[in-house]
Design a protein around this ligand. Structure first.
Ligand code: NAG
Ligand code: NAG
Ligand code: NAG
Ligand code: NAG
Length: 169
């Protein structure tokens, strides 16, 4: 009994040592950035644990808000110009990574993916394909065209094989 208590005591003091006494939270907190103690404290106070709900709140208030206000400061005709939005976009990505890392949640995760899908449907939906797309259009074209070109080839192959089969039996 005493031994167990002693062990827990050592374990606790080890924990508080590694968090430098800044984040006094009852769960593991990342230390990738200086904001981690603050972020973990928020989750501890509001949710009692580093949950996905807490991550969602953090991303909404600390990442998306910044992104949305910088998008709004841009003329919406510039939304599709990658050079104008790439900085904000990578800041948003970095922010979601920072929050996830502090809460020790793997990044990227479904919540982050959902955040980006949402961003795309709200701001980049109407962008012409060639301006703002992940794979270059040429690659997309090749991917789409290759199977289409393959269809006649397959048909010819099947017909050829069938004919051959008929002949040999
Ligand atoms: C995080 O903490 C570990 C040990 O507590 C330390 O070795 C590491 O350098 C820290 N990382 C940063 C980015 O401060
Ligand atoms: C947005 O850009 C368009 C064309 O580039 C311009 O005509 C328009 O005045 C701009 N709007 C604002 C609010 O700057
Ligand atoms: C958007 O990018 C263009 C160049 O691509 C630049 O001339 C313009 O100033 C940028 N607009 C803003 C608001 O940064
Ligand atoms: C990205 O974040 C950095 C650091 O917070 C800031 O200095 C920079 O202005 C941001 N860039 C954009 C395009 O918002």
């Amino acid at each position: 009994m005493n031994g167990a208590l002693g062990f827990i005591g050592v374990f606790l003091s080890f924990l508080s040592d590694t968090t430098y006494g800044e984040a006094t939270v009852p769960f593991a907190c990342g230390n990738d950035t200086h904001r981690c103690p603050e972020i973990c404290n928020i989750c501890s106070d509001m949710y009692g644990a580093p949950t996905m709900d807490c991550l969602s709140t953090l991303i909404g208030h600390l990442c998306l808000n910044t992104f949305e206000s910088s998008m709004e400061s841009l003329n919406s005709t510039d939304w599709c110009k990658w050079g104008n939005v790439s900085g904000m976009y990578s800041n948003l990505s970095h922010c979601t990574e920072e929050m996830s890392d502090c809460l020790m949640i793997p990044w990227p995760n479904p919540l982050v993916e959902e955040t980006f899908v949402d961003i795309h449907s709200r701001f980049f939906q109407d962008c012409p394909e060639e301006e703002l797309s992940d794979p270059p259009p040429v690659v997309v074209l090749a991917l789409v065209i290759t199977p289409i070109c393959m269809i006649p080839v397959m048909v010819v192959l099947v017909v050829f094989k069938t004919k051959n089969g008929d002949g040999s039996y």
